[in-house]
Write a protein that binds this ligand. Structure first.
Ligand code: ASP
Ligand code: MG
Length: 439
């Protein structure tokens, strides 16, 4: 049975990290093995800045950013291969020349198209380097271009997968060598590059796992697994060792930045377990997401910051009925906005939205034209899965709650960010649920 591995940017950020990846893969006997890799470190952010410079015809900024990225990649080649670097360095140089050419030819095209033709180079570069390194250390590896395997429509920057076509191409792959490919990128049937949305490499790995009916997908991370809260923002967070697809989908949907939300559906459909493992502590127990899930359910906590609350009322004091809600939510769909909390009353609809200026401001303008609108900025939304009253009370303190929603398994409370702590204190959960304490 095929195994699929996914490594993110942090696990290949420099020569030392790539060496470590090589050691991890050298000890893996599983074959067939498909390895999906992101761009190195923060390369995708750097490529986005390069795109902005190219589109604003700021040639000095563009050149310096391009040179910086090229030097960083070549420095890694140098550190890895030393005086055996010529062939790899040549391939990396050729990719940068191609990237530069594409910026020049596409900068008058619509931004999403230009984006996909250039941002894909982050993954093309990283996999070129990693494949060469694996072969150098004796782990026989075949490099594959994901743009020829993951077939999508031409909805640039958020392409939709053509599952039958993708399945056909992926299933045609064979061989017992390690198969290395890129996350995040795909291509249309006529070979135009597309991307699946930021942080989309997890989803790519799930696509490969689904199409190959893999035995498992392992996502390697710089943390030991999935936690019931972001350990950087909450003390007493515990690792979740087993959870169900449904619970993981809920956590991802509510903004837990652990795995890309689209990752789970293709796995659940085929019953493929997802393991989240530590790249740094190889002996640490992984978190496993599967149909079985955990017997006891551990409360989980998610923060969404930079939130805006809109309270809308019909101007004529009429009811906030289905027709009006339909109108308002329809405008959200058009604006590409997602409401993190929706709450309605007889004459009111409250929406908590991400403060993404380019999407939010035109939406607010359109709503204010037809509804009485009250707006609160700089808010933090706390979502608690499997809440208990004492937990909610302990977390809320005497802070004012600007909006809230609670059902059987999820509670949400909206606070002013200025009143929220830097680190949230979770009551000690030792021994409760399926968790294991973080050191
Ligand atoms: N490199 C892409 C990004 O940074 C995809 C990924 O890392 O998942 O968004
Ligand atoms: Mg990533």
């Amino acid at each position: 049975m095929t195994t699929v591995y996914k490594f993110g940017g942090a696990s290949i950020q420099d020569a030392a990290a790539i060496r470590h990846l090589g050691e991890v893969l050298a000890t893996t006997r599983e074959r067939p093995l498909v390895v999906v890799v992101s761009a190195m470190g923060k390369t995708t952010n750097a490529l986005e800045a390069l795109l902005t410079a190219a589109r604003s015809y700021d040639d000095r900024d563009y050149r310096s950013r391009l040179d910086e990225l090229r030097s960083a990649h070549l420095a890694t080649v140098d550190a890895l291969f030393g005086d055996r670097k010529a062939a790899v360095a040549e391939r990396v140089e050729a990719l940068f020349e191609e990237l530069d050419r594409r910026h020049r030819t596409h900068r008058q095209e619509p931004r999403p198209f230009h984006y996909d033709q250039t941002i894909c180079f982050g993954e093309l570069l990283s996999t070129t380097l990693v494949a060469a390194w694996l072969n150098e250390i004796g782990t026989a590896t075949d490099w594959h271009d994901a743009r020829e395997l993951i077939v999508t429509d031409a909805r640039h920057q958020a392409a939709n997968v053509d599952w039958p076509a993708t399945r056909e191409r992926i299933r045609a792959l064979d061989g017992d060598r390690l198969l290395l490919t890129q996350g995040f990128i795909g291509g249309t049937p006529d070979g135009v590059s597309t991307t699946l949305g930021r942080e989309g490499s997890d989803f790519s790995a799930a696509i490969f796992a689904h199409c190959l009916e893999a035995g498992e997908l392992v996502i390697w991370k710089d943390v030991p697994g999935l936690f019931n809260a972001d350990p950087r923002r909450f003390d007493n967070a515990v690792q979740l060792q087993r959870l169900s697809y449904d619970e993981a989908i809920e956590l991802a949907w509510h903004g837990a930045k652990v795995i890309h939300p689209k990752t789970l559906a293709p796995l659940r459909e085929k019953g493929i377990p997802l393991k989240v493992r530590s790249f740094e502590e190889l002996d640490a127990p992984p978190s496993v997401i599967s149909a079985e899930g955990a017997s006891a359910v551990t409360p989980a906590f998610i923060l969404a910051e930079e939130q805006v609350l809109l309270e809308l009322r019909p101007r004529d004091f009429s009811f906030m009925d289905e027709a009006r809600q339909h109108d308002i939510l329809g405008r959200l769909v058009e604006a590409g906005e997602h409401a993190n909390l929706v709450d309605s009353g007889a004459t009111r609809l409250s929406l908590c939205l991400d403060a993404h200026p380019a999407r939010l401001e035109p939406l607010v303008e359109s709503l204010a034209a037809d509804y009485a609108l009250e707006r609160h900025d700089d808010l933090t939304l706390l979502t608690v899965r499997h809440p208990t009253e004492p937990l909610l009370e302990a977390l809320s303190g005497d802070r004012e709650i600007l909006a809230e929603r609670c059902n059987r398994d999820t509670a949400q409370r909206l606070f002013r960010s200025s009143e929220c702590p830097e680190t949230w204190h979770l009551p000690d959960q030792e021994g409760k649920g399926a968790g294991q304490s973080v050191r």
